[in-house]
Design a protein around this ligand. Structure first.
Ligand code: SAM
Length: 347
């Protein structure tokens, strides 16, 4: 299926870990990497987008929440007959002389009457009839993937499959310095991506704690600068970075007075006034002081991505500091903590 204006229509399977963050993160990665993209539709865990060259490579290299994807081949209503018809007249040139495998899966419990095995068999039957390609289910040259979601069945040529092991191998508990309350690598990565930094930029985490955000930024080749008011955290974050064979500048200091002249993007998980220290300062004052300091050092058009308990209204604090709030996501952690995650831009 062709996209618009020389762009390719892609189907991207999003993680189901959060209802809105994965889509935002995927768009943020394409934006930072300068990949042209026009959103087409968002279904349950499936994003259709017309995108320029390099989209799947960029997502593979950077995204926490893009699970799989590739060029959309067909889409159909969720019935076996419609699915079969969706291949009528399709050009199978892309698998000429190659081996292929067909796989089908379902998002959640959508359209359970449609048998995924049958979908795989139909793709195998039509592809071998319409081309000279041979089936190889172990190590095919290409995988043709069908996904059943709320809006029907979408089939794509898979050229993006995330490495699920990469994030779990960086689990906070596997680092030499651990402190409870640290965000998992996937969400830390999403925060870094949401602030729009890219390779060669300067990324700043002013409440760096054990260094989880700095590790994600440095892993992507982005210059990382971290700061924490707690001496043990500064030393511990340094140990963690070295353990991962990564490099970052990490200093002792207060996030309300950033000792740098320019940042391309800022992402941080500040203290919530609960488990982590604020050295006796009022947490709202710490957050608003941080917003002002962040506004001062960010380049024009630079973004900050940060989180706070909803009752602290971080979006209002960002607006008070001069930012334009571009996104807000809610994340329920437990009965007495719902985070508000915001992305705000310096105009
Ligand atoms: C939620 S933790 C950050 C966790 C971090 N993302 C990580 O990967 O470990 C918040 C951190 O903010 C630090 N902190 C508290 N008040 C601060 C301030 N005014 N300036 C800088 N850091 C501060 C705390 O010492 C704590 O390490």
């Amino acid at each position: 299926m062709a996209g618009s204006g020389g762009l390719k229509r892609l189907a991207i399977i999003l993680s189901g870990e959060h209802p809105t963050l994965p889509l935002s993160e995927v768009c943020a990665v394409m934006r930072s990497e300068g990949v042209a993209h026009i959103p087409v539709a968002k279904h349950d865990q499936l994003f259709l987008v017309d995108a320029g060259d390099g989209a799947t490579d960029a997502l593979l290299a950077r995204s926490a929440y893009a699970m799989e994807g590739g060029r959309l081949l067909t889409q159909s209503p969720a019935s076996i007959d419609d699915f079969r018809r969706s291949f009528d007249g399709m050009d199978w040139g892309f698998i000429k002389g190659r081996t292929f495998g067909a796989k089908a899966k379902r998002v959640r419990r959508h359209w359970e009457q449609v048998d995924t095995q049958k979908l795989q068999a139909i793709v195998g039957e039509v592809a071998t009839r319409e081309s000279d390609a041979k089936v190889d289910l172990k190590a095919p040259d290409v995988w043709i993937r069908s996904v059943i979601t709320d809006a029907g069945i979408f089939t794509y040529l898979m050229d993006l499959e995330s490495d699920r092991h990469a994030f779990s191998s960086r689990k906070p508990k596997s680092r030499p310095y651990f402190h409870p309350g640290v965000l998992e690598p996937k969400i830390a990565r999403a925060f870094v991506n949401l602030c729009g930094v890219r390779r060669g930029d300067v990324f700043v985490d002013p409440f760096c704690g054990t260094g989880g955000f700095l590790i994600e930024a440095a892993t992507m080749g982005i210059g990382a600068f971290g700061m924490d008011v707690d001496r043990r955290m500064v030393a511990g974050a340094g140990r963690n970075l070295r353990h991962c064979r990564l490099d970052a500048d990490i200093v002792l200091g207060d996030a309300r007075a950033l000792p740098i002249s320019k940042a391309d993007g800022i992402a941080s998980d500040p203290p919530y006034g609960r488990g982590t220290t604020t050295l006796g300062q009022d947490v709202r004052e710490v957050i608003s002081g941080f917003m002002e300091s962040a506004f001062g050092v960010l380049k024009a058009g630079g973004r900050v991505c940060t989180a706070s308990p909803i009752e602290l209204r971080p979006a209002d604090l960002a607006a008070d500091a001069g930012f334009r709030v571009v996104e807000e996501h809610r994340m329920r952690v437990h009965k007495s903590l719902t985070r508000s995650i915001i992305v705000a831009e310096k105009r």
